[in-house]
Structures are given as structure tokens and as C-alpha cells.
Write a protein that binds this ligand. Sequence first.
Ligand code: F6P
Length: 324
Amino acid sequence: MSNNKIEHIGVFTSGGDSQGMNAALYAITKAAETHNIQVSGIKKGYEGLIDNDLTKLKSRDLQKITHRGGTILKTARSERFMTLEGRKKALQTLKTNQIDALIAIGGDGTFKGLLAFSEICDIPFIGIPGTIDNDLAGTDYTLGFDSAVNTAIENIDKIRDTAESHNRVFIVEVMGRDSGYIGIHSGLVVGANGILIPESTQDLTYLLEKVKNYDSEDAFLIVVSEGDEIGTDLVASKIKEVNPDVDLRITRLGHVQRGGNPSAFDRMLGIRLGAASVEVLLRGSKNVMVGLYNNMICTTPFQGVVKQHHIDEELRDLLELFSS
Ligand code: F6P
């Protein structure tokens, strides 16, 4: 394997934190060390790149934090990096520290940032998908999605207990800015009576018909993705319109879905993608994301990652089946 003279890798986490990011940092550092490559962690994503805020990473320190949620490098959504001036400062940081490759862990915004940066910087960039939303093309799973779904279902199961005790209608809002993956996965496995997600124009009339006729001797659970175009509040008021007698409550699960220890799946995904990112870099790849497709490591050019994502057909069919 040729090393392409990579001696110093910079790595950062960016956008919303997601479970498994720490495991990926550990794997990147471990894999790099075996090739005698130094690794610098860039703090707070693109912000640290602009401000030259770096810290040396050693695998022996990171080994102990693969079980922790969040990101030890901290993260941010950087407005400054969206400007050319910000990106030029970031380029200067790379030159000052003699960094000859960059690995970034993040979601859609992170990959758009890498694409813009690649126009003024020609060192190789490798991306790792990290977002609870699971909305990137080029991978079956992103870091954090599995943990977030597990948190969602644990909490919805609890809500069902109280909902059943009071015969209440509950709307539970789960995260997903433009993506219904958490909504559809959690809604299906908790046996929700209705699931509303942004990617599908569900028949709200049909759902309202069900609530109208619901016998009020049981719980009625509706899972709504945060990004759904109708939205939690409007769904609630429409329900009240068709059935003023329902005892309705709303729970927004919010950022609890981003926290907590990563699931076994996310830890392993972090380990696999972290190690793979170094391997593909050393094989000479640049400006690609490493992902998982059919349980095998694959790479996708950044342009292919940021395109509109879709809910696959099988999931759509399941949604339809279980909504009836
Ligand atoms: O990281 C993805 C996500 O959790 C989305 O599901 C959510 O819409 C958004 O981030 C929330 O962002 P912030 O933490 O900046 O409020």
C-alpha cells in the first residue's frame, strides 16, 4: 500500500453531534498510528479550523471513550465557514500545521462545507457520515441513527404505559429536520397508530378519520417527525376539531435522542468507518465519504452524498401497510 506521503491527518466532528463519533475518532487515531501518522483533533468543527484550535490525539487516551455519546472534540454549525474569507483562514490553519489530509465526521452541512473547501484546497478530504437523521446518500446507516431510534422507542414505550392508563391520544414528536427515518423506524416498532414523516404525503384525512372513530377505551399513539410539513401542533388542532372529546397530549422528545451511550451498532460502525477512512486515504482516494452498503465498506464522492435522500421503497410499503 502506498502512503502518498501522508504524515499528519487533521480530524474534526461537525454539525449536530451523534453517538459513535468518539468511537470513530479512536479508530482513526489507532489506524493512523500503525502507519506512523500523527493525528490532530480540530476543536468545534470548522470553527476550530478557522481559529487554529488543535489538539494532538493519541489512541491510548481515546480507547476509554468509545462508549460515550457526544464528541470529545466538540462540534458546531459554523456560519463563518460559509464565507470564502472563513475558508481561506481554515486553509491557512492547514498550512501552518502542515496537515496533509483531513477527515471530517458529520452530516449534510459538513459535506457541503467539504465540497466548498475542496475548491480552494487540494489536500485529500475523507468524510464519515455522522448524524442521527440518517439522511445521507451513499450509506445505509449514519453514526448515531441506531442509538437515537433506541432512545426514541424506549421513551415511546414509556409514554404508551401512561397513555393506556388514561386512554389518551399522544402525539410524540421525534427528531429529523428533513428526514423521517427516526419517525418511521420508531413508529413502526412501537406499533404507533399513525406515523407522519416529511418524505411522504400521508393521508392526514385517513388518520383523522381513525382518531374520530377511536373508541377512547385505549391509547392512540401518533409519531410525527419534526420535519413533517403538517407539523405536530397543526395535527393536534385538527384532531381536536374532528374529535373534541379526546384527551390529547403532546411530547417532544428533542435532544434526548442525541445523547446517551452509543448502541453496540453505532460503536462498531464508528470503529469500522474510522479505520476505513484511514485505509482509503492511504490508497489514494480523495473527496469521498466512507459508508456502509449491504454491510460492506463503500466510498461515494461528496457530490453523490449531498443529493436529495429518499426513503426506500420497502420502508414506504411498510409505512402504508401499518398505517391502514
Ligand atoms: O443533527 C440532526 C438534528 O438533531 C436534527 O434532527 C435536528 O433538526 C437538528 O439536528 C437540531 O439541531 P440543533 O441541535 O442545532 O438544535
